[in-house]
Structures are given as C-alpha cells and as structure tokens.
Design a protein around this ligand. Structure first.
Ligand code: ZN
Length: 103
C-alpha cells in the first residue's frame, strides 16, 4: 500500500494488457445453416491482414460447414471474404455474432 507507484506501473500495465488479452474471448458464432451455437471457435491470426481486427472460424460438424466472423474495415472484410470464397471454391456467408434481428 502506498508504495512507489511509478516503479510498479510498468508491470501493472503488462498485467493489465495480459488481462485484457485474456478477456478478449471469441464471440459466440452460430452456424449459418442450422443456427446452432458452435462451441469450438478458432481465432485466426490477423496480424498480416490489413484492416482486419479480428477473425474467427467455427466449424459445424452436422452441416460440415465453416462459419466465419470477421471484424474490421468494411472493404477489408469484403476482401477477406472474397479471398475465402476463392480458397473454398464456394460462397462464404458472413457469420452471425449477435442476436438475430427480426426475420
Ligand atoms: Zn450447422
């Protein structure tokens, strides 16, 4: 208590960053096809992807389909999906990461 604040601030900041990183959990992703909540959400490394903040993928075994959730600049997200579609060879639909609005 009341000890040299400035001395500990660096460690505090690291600790806080670590805590923030740990709390940045993947969003809940629902399968695009069956709407089931997918438990295994894989975080994609987006550090090399300009304009993309976060990208997650979840696989639905019953549907044998991947659902993606990507966050970032609109143009970058679009480019990301375009690249996905090319690599997958079929249409890739945006994942749902928030409650559905009225149908
Ligand atoms: Zn499904």
């Amino acid at each position: 208590m009341g000890q040299a604040k400035s001395r500990g601030s660096r460690d505090d900041r690291v600790a806080q960053a670590t805590r923030l990183g740990a709390s940045a959990r993947p969003p809940v992703i629902r399968c695009n096809a069956c709407r089931a909540e997918l438990p295994d959400v894989e975080a994609i490394d987006t550090r090399g992807l300009k304009g993309i903040e976060l990208a997650f993928r979840a696989h639905c075994a019953p549907c044998d389909q991947d659902t993606w959730a990507v966050r970032g600049e609109a143009a970058a997200v679009r480019a990301f999906y375009d690249a996905l579609e090319k690599s997958v060879g079929q249409k890739v639909r945006m994942g749902t990461t928030r409650p559905q609005l009225d149908d």
